[in-house]
Design a protein around this ligand. Structure first.
Ligand code: DAH
Length: 342
């Protein structure tokens, strides 16, 4: 009887060895071991009939069982060890081409326009102007009405606006931020408001989306000469050299008097070149004294307060400082262009 048990145990072990030799993955080895050693596995199956044996017989079969289990454990460990060994060898023998160039890690950088915007803001901040922002989807009121540009006013033609229904627009300039600021803050006010604006324009010098920077100073005594002084300081600091500015009388509904602001061409220092079309001057924006009608629209007493406002194009400032001759370069996302400014 006991011999029968021992034979069976040996047969199970032999069967296990056979299957183990065919296993080629670690998972299949573990699965096979789990199956043979489990409580319902073939080894335990043999032991079920042990209860019919005498004490001595049981002892000897028990030893045979433990031996069989031990054998399976040992074989499994050896097999797993051989897999590990194979892996290690493969790793040590792997072929490394030390001449392959390493992987380049690209370093990100601020977009040129973001850099220029920041440069501009920092200069005005240095003069005491604070940052202000407003929404890009703006009301007709903030974009036009409050700035003394009523519906049907010819000045609305100056901006080819994207309308989003009757009352909302994609703001065509940053001037609405003036209105929002005066609605929410009591004077004195000194703010600089950079931001994205939209117009129905598309050619080498115009993009349907571009950036402006708006300035507003409202105080007891703000003079036209303060406006000129502030813009002069800005131009000289931004370009890092001495350049004159000049005002040409112009019309913007929300300022009176209004002016177009020119600066001496930064390319030829005013001598005349292709960029300034030989004139020595380039236009950089619009400016003027806040019109009393605008003050009235935001409940600021124009007898007590005075102010100036200006607006400039950021792409234009970037073009003049860095020589970018087509506005599309800013928005194409071509890394060969962008990397020159990182
Ligand atoms: N908003 C004007 C535009 O986009 C620019 C401008 C002109 C802004 C005169 C001003 C200003 O603040 O006083 O064309």
């Amino acid at each position: 009887m006991t011999q029968g048990h021992r034979d069976k145990l040996e047969a199970v072990c032999a069967e296990f060895s056979e299957l183990l030799s065919e296993a080629v993955t670690e998972e299949s080895v573990r699965a096979l071991a789990a199956k043979y050693l489990s409580k319902k596995g073939p080894l335990s199956e043999v032991m079920k009939s042990m209860k019919d044996l005498s004490g001595d017989e049981r002892k000897s079969v028990g030893q045979a069982f433990n031996k069989a289990k031990g054998q399976i454990d040992t074989e499994v460990a050896a097999k797993l060890q051989s897999f590990a060994e194979e892996k290690r060898k493969a790793y040590l023998n792997r072929w490394i081409d030390v001449t392959v160039p390493g992987r380049q890690q690209a370093t990100g950088a601020l977009h040129l326009l973001t850099q220029v915007q920041k440069e501009c803001v920092d200069i005005f901040r240095g003069l005491g102007f604070g940052m202000a922002t407003g929404p890009q989807i703006e009301t007709d009121f903030h974009s036009f009405e409050a700035l003394a540009i009523p519906k049907n006013h010819p000045a609305r033609d100056m901006q080819d606006t994207f309308y989003l229904g009757d009352e909302m627009v994609l703001r065509p300039h940053t001037s609405p931020v003036q209105i929002r600021t005066m609605q929410s803050q009591e004077p004195p006010i000194a703010i600089i408001a950079p931001g994205v604006v939209y117009r129905r324009d598309d050619d080498p010098t115009h993009s349907p989306m571009f950036m402006q920077i708006e300035g507003l100073w409202v105080d007891k005594v703000v003079r036209f000469s303060d406006l000129k002084g502030v813009l002069w300081h800005f131009v000289n600091t931004f370009f890092g050299k001495s350049l004159e500015i000049r005002f040409r009388p112009s019309y913007f509904p929300f300022v009176e008097p209004g002016a177009e602001v020119d600066m001496q061409c930064s390319f030829c220092d005013g001598a005349g070149c292709g960029v300034c079309k030989g004139t020595g001057w380039v236009e950089i924006g619009g400016a003027g004294m806040v019109d009393p009608a605008v003050f009235a629209n935001v409940n600021v007493d124009s007898e007590a307060w005075t102010g100036f406002a200006f607006g400039m194009g950021i792409e234009r400032m970037a073009m003049l400082k860095y020589g970018v001759n087509d506005i599309k370069y800013y928005y194409e996302g071509d890394l060969r262009f962008l990397r020159q400014f990182s």
